[in-house]
Write a protein that binds this ligand. Sequence first.
Ligand code: CA
Ligand code: CA
Ligand code: CA
Ligand code: CA
Length: 388
Amino acid sequence: MLIHHSIRPMSGRLILALAAFSSVWGGMASADDKAVENLLVRPAEGYLAPRGYVCYRAAGAIGVDGRLDEGAWKSAAWSQEFVDIEGAVKPQPSWKTRVKMLWDDEYLYIGAELEEPNVWGTLTRHDAVIFQDNDFEVFIDPDGDGHNYGELEINVLNTTWDLRLPKPYKDGGMADDAWEIEGLKTATFCDGTVNDPSDADRAWMVEMAIPLRSLSKLKAKVSEQGLIPRDGEQWRINFSRVEWDVENPEGEYRKIPGRPEHNWVWSPQYTVNMHRPETWGYIEFRNARGSVRNARDALVRKDPWGPIRYQLTRIYYAQQAHRQQHSAYATELTQLELTRLEDESLVGPIELKSTAAGWQAVAKVRLGDGQETECRIDHSSRFTIGPD
Ligand SMILES: [Ca+2]
Ligand SMILES: [Ca+2]
Ligand SMILES: [Ca+2]
Ligand SMILES: [Ca+2]
């Protein structure tokens, strides 16, 4: 069974969690599927720009109580509805999910609405594996290099799991559960009844205030003004909702045995794995205060690095496949047999260089402003812009 939670984890705790679910999780097939999946670039058909959201300054105070009824929230636009994690090849989710974002000098605010006729939750211990319940998840990579990113999961009981990944699991990253988002405020609200199957609920809501200073560890370079984003600054972010099929034979919810979870996300990952930060969406911070009029029409700036990063990412996955097949990375790009390894921004061919730790692929790029800049990806999927 191919489920992203069998792909992403490998902290000791997660292995225990998987063992506990072994009847559900399908044995060896998932390990094989995982190994193969880790060798494939996504999306397979070529670069597709991830989703984006323009995040305005909050026009007024936000009280974190799980209700998005403040004036500031009312003036913020809803995101597009979530889709299946694999994108349009899969059916639309059964229940709608959408988010809003706002910010001020102290916090990034996230509000979410999860339609749900059966609201339930069991976990109450902080840093437990929250996706064993239905949950809402935030993934955030402020500098967009695909390493050193944060994850925050929450269930309807307002139980949270915050963790930091120094690099993705597929690159040998180990989850740092001890990482705590200091000063984090979260609340949930149920429009219905929790753990009571006798009625049909409408939705549950999540409201979060994430202190910007708490994210400093996720940014290699902190600007002069600290972590306060510049006007127009973009971070990589994605949201995921894990949904289990449940039954209630004795008046209590329980997961239907043998059913994998659904994974519904904001920006599609094109594979059942959230731990591919290159396909996460964009949040673009704007200094203007939000108003419904501008928020509804706002478009994020196109990431000029998106298409070339995709080409470098193809090299990364082809290198993983080459190592799998030949027990070594390729030393020449031609060995990878990649066709159409090109982009209009490229100045000359992409270079593959061996390094002490592995390899890196370097692209010299000329963007709209006429300046030439290098960008690179390495064997651990880290993407950086500028000289090495
Ligand atoms: Ca509120
Ligand atoms: Ca990062
Ligand atoms: Ca933690
Ligand atoms: Ca209920």
